[in-house]
Design a protein around this ligand. Structure first.
Ligand SMILES: Nc1ncnc2c1ncn2[C@@H]1O[C@H](COP(=O)(O)OP(=O)(O)OP(=O)(O)O)[C@@H](O)[C@H]1O
Length: 330
């Protein structure tokens, strides 16, 4: 690739979702000459990012296609926020290439088509809700009607409230709502539901689903695994700056292939294929990728057990298993 496509990313986005040009966005229309099939909206090719001695991203490659709802999962420090910051032009890669809407994420015209909610936001406490929404909307050629936006995010009636007077959950919902103000084609939401109670989380999920159902593309990170299971169609597991797994939630579970075999027993012989053992009173949980073989081995060994249960692992268990294996790619 030539230097001009190396996507130098320099301009910081000072407000969530805000761009800095009045050029019209190419929102929700495929780029001219786009190939058949979903267009790639964001792309990382062999991207590494260092912070001093820390290698936050390690030759990571990932494509996000139009219409996808992608969940980025990974433990603390995996590199999820760094990846989002590269996609939205807040940071530049140490090496490799990042593209947004077919060009540099630093291009203001491209950034007009996206919305962003960073992991942490500090909205001015003395501004009123409607002022912040209008301020962000003013950066975009087209914007969503304020009342409709606030209603969608459960903030109706708070237009005149100062930001400093909002609850933590209301502030977070406002920060997420701001990503949608400019009628974006694609949103990047970094842990959007952090700090929200169950009801607020569910209503935020509804708002995200609504955007997606209308053709919007979503990339979100989450520590809530049930959130990713509930929302995302595609799960990308990131660990130590690499993609460990990339598939549907069902596929990610299958990649780990881990089942939990539980029984009541005083003691068990050594058994083949046991990836992990947990004790909970007299219940023993064995993690295995081949539950059938394990149960056969239990019977062959004439182990004394009762109350046998075999069940699939949660995404969390699958994810921990993948991460523990530290495989470079799935
Ligand atoms: N500005 C920075 N300066 C130095 N190190 C950084 C900086 N930002 C991130 N890192 C380091 O890069 C690595 C990846 O961090 P990143 O925030 O991208 O991970 P994450 O997956 O988003 O984690 P979390 O889930 O905790 O938010 C971590 O080791 C982190 O400490």
């Amino acid at each position: 690739m030539t230097e001009s496509t190396a996507a130098p990313i320099t301009a910081p986005a000072e407000t969530p979702g805000a761009g800095d040009s009045a050029r019209p966005a190419a929102a929700r229309t495929p780029a001219a000459g786009a190939e058949a099939g979903p267009e790639t909206l964001a792309r990382a090719v062999g991207v590494s990012r260092r912070y001093g001695d820390v290698l936050a991203l390690d030759e990571l490659s990932l494509d996000i296609r139009s219409g996808e709802l992608v969940g980025l999962l990974g433990p603390n420090g995996a590199g999820k926020s760094t990846l989002i910051n590269l996609f939205v032009g807040l940071r530049r890669p140490s090496s490799g290439r990042v593209e947004l809407l077919g060009g540099s994420p630093a291009d203001p015209a491209r950034r007009l088509s996206i919305g962003v909610t960073p992991q942490e936001t500090g909205l001015p406490p003395t501004l009123r809700v409607r002022e912040v929404v209008d301020f962000v909307a003013a950066h975009f050629p087209r914007s969503v009607e304020r009342g409709a936006l606030l209603e969608r995010f459960g903030l109706s009636g708070l237009e005149r409230r100062q930001i400093g007077g909002l609850s933590g959950g209301q502030k977070r919902r406002l920060a997420v709502a701001l990503a949608f103000v400019g009628d974006p084609r694609m949103v990047f939401l970094d842990e959007p539901t952090t700090g929200l109670d169950v009801e607020a989380r569910r209503s935020l999920w509804e708002a995200i689903r609504h955007f997606h159902a209308e053709g919007g593309t979503v990339v979100l990170t989450s520590h809530y695994l049930e959130e990713v299971e509930a929302l995302a169609e595609r799960v990308v597991v990131i660990g130590r700056g690499r993609v460990l797994a990339d598939g549907s939630t069902a596929e990610v579970r299958d990649i780990a292939g881990v089942r939990r075999v539980t029984m009541t027993a005083d003691d068990l012989p050594d058994l083949p294929g046991v990836l992990g053992t947990e004790r909970d009173g007299d219940r023993i949980h064995l993690l295995t990728s081949d539950a059938d073989a394990l149960v056969r081995a239990l019977v062959r060994a004439e182990a004394r057990f009762s109350g046998l249960e075999v069940r699939p692992t949660s995404l969390e268990e699958a994810f921990l298993t993948i991460t523990a294996r530290e495989s470079p790619a799935a």
